[in-house]
Design a binder for this molecule. Structure first.
Ligand code: EPS
Length: 398
């Protein structure tokens, strides 16, 4: 069973990522993990912290001679910023005078609910773990999951389709997502230049006003075979697992699969993807996965029907609220005096949608890798591939 955990706080010494349940023989390098960590750090609208960090995953266990060995993979990502915080957030008792309390909770952040829950007098320890800095460790685990998926020819990529009121103006194909992911300069991770310019203007406007802006990222998983997940029980549905995985990303407040939102206002005749059969013929204008001769007229379903992958690209969207740390803070209450004050301000991002998209890729990759390993099993790459190819043959001869 594929499982992963993260540990670490935003201004602690390091983040830790632990992933287990992988077959032996998967190619895993620090370079390919670091590339994903770099992508997460990019994006127009990121805050000062990203100028400090150069995220690097040091693999401590589970990989030898460049391949997984079947044991848990532990990774350590140091926080460069720790050197500025080791006196105020020591593991030992330290000097209480050096502590930096967060005196007034930010509306929208975990500050108040967390302080009440953990019975703490202020919110420092709350934001330390609730911070999206933790997503670095998720992306490291996701990079490992992507390598498992690569062994099954599955790719997972993302792009930004909305920032504030600026929306992507045209459809974008998977090849364009590959080009985006290969870029060495990331602005808003949008494939269309004109749309990206409008998105950038949204970020510029809020930056000037001391405000923040949210948006929508779209994760696309390509070459997923039909048959992952099942409707048999509610908690085995792949759409439900993907929704939970993406919803768990900091600041995500809504998740959409395919044209889910539009579907709610459409009629049944317009919202489904009609089925055809190519039978060896060229299925021009029809969606056709590499797994079967069945074709679809479109992909409103986002690659999922009945909680099962259907062979079309899986499309999952994460809707991000604007980040809750504002340079022009909203009203709050002082934890100590209970007097009205402005919410605390700490250095933050103005827009984190491109970064969240990379985190979305990681969460989708982890969910799909778990589903694929559940279906195909195998303790080695050879066994996994054999099981996968046997299933592909079954689909071909269906
Ligand atoms: C983040 C690191 C954090 C924040 C941001 C994401 O670093 P710091 O708090 O030192 O600036 O920039 O987290 C938030 C916006 C948040 O509200 O928690 C990162 O590595 O992505």
């Amino acid at each position: 069973m594929l499982r992963f955990f993260t540990a670490g706080e935003s201004h602690g010494e390091a983040l830790v990522s632990n992933i287990s349940g992988l077959p032996a023989g998967i190619v895993i390098t620090e370079t390919c993990i670091d590339r994903e960590l770099w992508r997460r750090q990019q994006g127009f609208g990121r805050g000062g912290r990203m100028k400090i960090e150069r995220d690097h995953a040091r693999i401590l266990s589970g990989v030898r001679h460049g391949r997984s060995i079947g044991s848990p993979i532990a990774m350590l990502i140091e926080n460069r910023d720790w050197q500025n915080w080791n006196e105020s957030l020591p593991v030992g008792e330290g000097d209480p005078e050096k502590h930096k309390p967060v005196k007034s909770p930010r509306p929208g952040h975990a500050d108040l609910a967390g302080a009440l829950k953990y019975n703490l007098p202020e919110a420092r320890y709350i934001l330390e773990r609730a911070s999206a800095r933790e997503t670095t460790a998720r992306v490291a685990a996701g990079a490992v999951a992507k390598q498992v998926l690569a062994a099954l020819d599955i790719e997972v990529l993302s792009h930004v389709i909305q920032v504030g009121g600026a929306r992507l103006s045209r459809p974008v194909g998977f090849e364009e997502l590959r080009t985006l992911a290969a870029k060495n300069e990331v602005l808003l991770n949008c494939a269309d230049e004109e749309s990206e310019r409008r998105m950038k203007a949204e970020v510029d406007a809020v930056l000037r006003n001391g405000d923040t802006v949210g948006g929508v990222f779209e994760v696309v998983a390509h070459n997923v075979p039909p048959g992952l997940g099942t409707y048999a029980n509610w908690d085995e549905r792949l759409d439900a697992k993907l929704a939970a995985a993406v919803m768990s990303i900091q600041a995500v407040k809504a998740v959409e699969i395919g044209d889910g939102v539009l579907g709610a206002t459409s009629h049944g005749s317009a919202a489904q993807d009609e089925i055809g059969y190519a039978g060896g013929e060229d299925a021009a204008g029809k969606l056709r996965s590499k797994f079967t001769e069945f074709t679809r007229a479109g992909n409103h379903a986002g690659g999922l029907e009945g909680g099962i992958s259907n062979g079309c690209d899986i499309v999952v969207r994460g809707h991000l609220k604007p980040i809750s740390t504002l340079r022009r803070p909203l009203g709050s209450i002082d934890f100590a005096t209970r007097e009205p004050v402005k919410a605390a301000y700490e250095r933050s991002d103005v827009c984190a949608v491109p970064a969240a998209g990379v985190v979305g890729e990681a969460m989708v990759a982890l969910t799909l890798a778990a589903a694929a390993l559940e279906k195909f099993g195998g303790d080695s790459l050879v066994e996994l591939r054999r099981n996968y190819e046997g299933y592909c043959e079954q689909l071909r001869t269906y």
